[in-house]
Design a protein around this ligand. Sequence first.
Ligand code: ADP
Ligand code: ASP
Ligand code: MG
Length: 457
Amino acid sequence: MLVMKFGGTSVGSGERVAGVAELVEARLAEEPFVVVSAMGGVTDALLDLSRAAREGDREAASAALRTLGEKHHAAVEALDLGPAAEAAARGEIEREVARLDGLATGVALLGELSARTADAVCAAGELLSAALVSAALAKRGVAVARVDPREWMATDASHGAATPDEAALAANVARRLLPERAAGRVVVTGGFVGAAPDGATTTLGRGGSDYSAALLGAALEECGARVASIEIWTDVDGILTADPRVVPAARIVPEVGYAEAAELAFFGAKVLHPATIRPAVSRGVPVRVRNTLRPDAPGTTVRSEAPGTGVRALAMRPGVAALFVGSPRMLLAHGYAARVFSVFERHAVPVDVIATSEVSISVTVDERAPLEALVRDLSAFAEVSVLTDLAVVSVVGRRLRSTPRVAANVFAALGEVNVVLISQGASETNLTFVVGAEDAPEALRRLHRALFEKEAA
Ligand code: ADP
Ligand code: ASP
Ligand code: MG
């Protein structure tokens, strides 16, 4: 069996949806399960819609809803499904738009948007794109079973970033999805969306369809099926040496190890959701990243270990703040670090990059963390300063510490880019540092030139 996940751009228009159906049909012999994202831009539009409703801006909310309806209707038009299938698809879009309208009206009246309601709104994108992809496959004569993701993706009730219940979802996959496969049908389902124990709609967090695909792959294996690979179909040729939007010279990485892929995703390479890797690793199922527009390109294979050592790729993540926590007595006393970290623990703020010196501890956190409260609590026993508007830049590879001159080359390449904080050596897979957010793209391009383009020349 095979899990094929198609991202937002891959289902971004009727033409693209038709292309997806063609790709799936070509793989029928491999028994594919299809997981889809919302059409590109739709999740953002749904978030805008809920915000407009909360602010009581009914006009903006109806405009957003109209655009959404039109986008899906245009896709149906382009798919040219034939009268009956077209009427069914249009009816479904209208029902979903009416449901969203009802939710938006409620939110506007209350002037309040709960995370639970936001999820009920956001889920619409994946539900509709799954309808489009199933219709496109049916048009090609492929036997399809569209399954609502809430029928199998069991999660907890943490709306907006729900945690999947892997045992429950494997049981659901056995009960609901595998019989469809056994009957010869291709299962098509939305990613990103799940259901809480009480049945309420949940979502897995932005980019979560990748995670859905990986969890489905792992669950199929758990049920005794053999999953040859989990394919993440997107709008680039695979995992590249850097985000091509920032570094146009980025080139394909044919193979990468799980640990490296996890670091890249964690440090900002949006091409894979950070949580994607874990279910795949635990089952030893390779993940392949492929380009919908160039299906013949080999893509990137992520597997337990990839050959070669040294630098593999670069990543960057903006939206980071750094806290510099110094001991007023200048020398760090025994237990000082534990005291510092207990503050972050108490506020449930995860720390990313940590650097220590004899006199201070520096950490980075997400800029949206409660910085004032952290500073207040840390100030009770330390001198604290904060810098915001930073980005984490990460050089990821295999056996970096034992590869000669990595750090030297990195810092030579950075030249006069001001480095705020450095963390090296904690793992063999990354060398991470922090720069001003506005310097990060330039830092990435310089590093890329020094680490990848020279050797190619
Ligand atoms: P999808 O909608 O298919 O899930 P995403 O937009 O989430 O697609 O992810 C693909 C994008 O990730 C690419 O268009 C690219 O700009 C970005 N990206 C960031 N880092 C990398 C990288 N190292 N390799 C490839 N793509 C990357
Ligand atoms: N549609 C969701 C998002 O944009 C999930 C996904 O595409 O993976 O975040
Ligand atoms: Mg994505």
